[in-house]
Design a protein around this ligand. Sequence first.
Ligand SMILES: C[S@@+](CC[C@H](N)C(=O)[O-])C[C@H]1O[C@@H](n2cnc3c(N)ncnc32)[C@H](O)[C@@H]1O
Length: 264
Amino acid sequence: MPHSEFWTERTVAWYARAVARSDFAPRVLAVIGPALDECKSALDVGAGCGALALPLARRMGWVTAVEPSAAMARALREAAARAGLGGVTVIEAAWGEVPVERHDLVVCAHVGGLLNADSPFLADAKRLARRLVVLIRDAPRPEDQDKFFYRELYPALLGRPYEHRSHADETLGGLRALGMAPRVTLCEYSSDQPFIDLEEACDFWMTYMGLQGSGPRAYLEGFLRERLLSASGELIAPFRKTAAVFVWSPAEAQASGPGDGLPY
Ligand SMILES: C[S@@+](CC[C@H](N)C(=O)[O-])C[C@H]1O[C@@H](n2cnc3c(N)ncnc32)[C@H](O)[C@@H]1O
């Protein structure tokens, strides 16, 4: 399935429920630190349903969210309205499709294609940020928990291993090639996925793994019955993640020297 078609009302609702119980935003905001106090406006590229856009809007008032998925954009608009955050503007477009003004902070989290070393977005972020660029990319470590049990489920149901390596060093290389020497911090957070019941959990894995038919579903049912945790009437797939947070300010010479790599 092309990635653009992946986000539907249902997949967005799953994503939003994981975001709602996650400590991702407070941990990222803590990593950014007091520099955030100087920012009065933020541009969140690939904002999704607002994991960072909404907390940033609460903090600084004005957020422009660029988000191409209609289902994600709708969820973000609705969540902003529910929270009474009138300063959130959602531009329903992919990066590069519409002109965007400069903002104090430019943030982009978990949008792999835009954060590759050769992505033109990196230079755009440098140009469009008055005070701060914050980029966030998965940086899974060997000791991290398996994403959605994929290390076991991929070989069993798709006949291939699951490979989830960190691409954060590529982002760092791309930024350095542009003369940006960001502060890099590894940030651990929880991204547990809740489900109402086992049937919904099976729907989730069938969708995420692109599976069809009663055989894979029966396998998942047996597997997930053993692995999901019960808590407060929900079933939980526990997931602790690590992300690399790149913070760069046009005004400051950053500490990281040209020979430094990721901090692990
Ligand atoms: C995994 S979600 C991350 C959402 C949010 N940033 C977060 O951290 O929760 C990736 C989002 O990037 C959006 N996206 C993908 N390609 C994009 C592009 N070229 N320009 C802008 N957004 C994009 C997707 O529609 C999706 O909402």
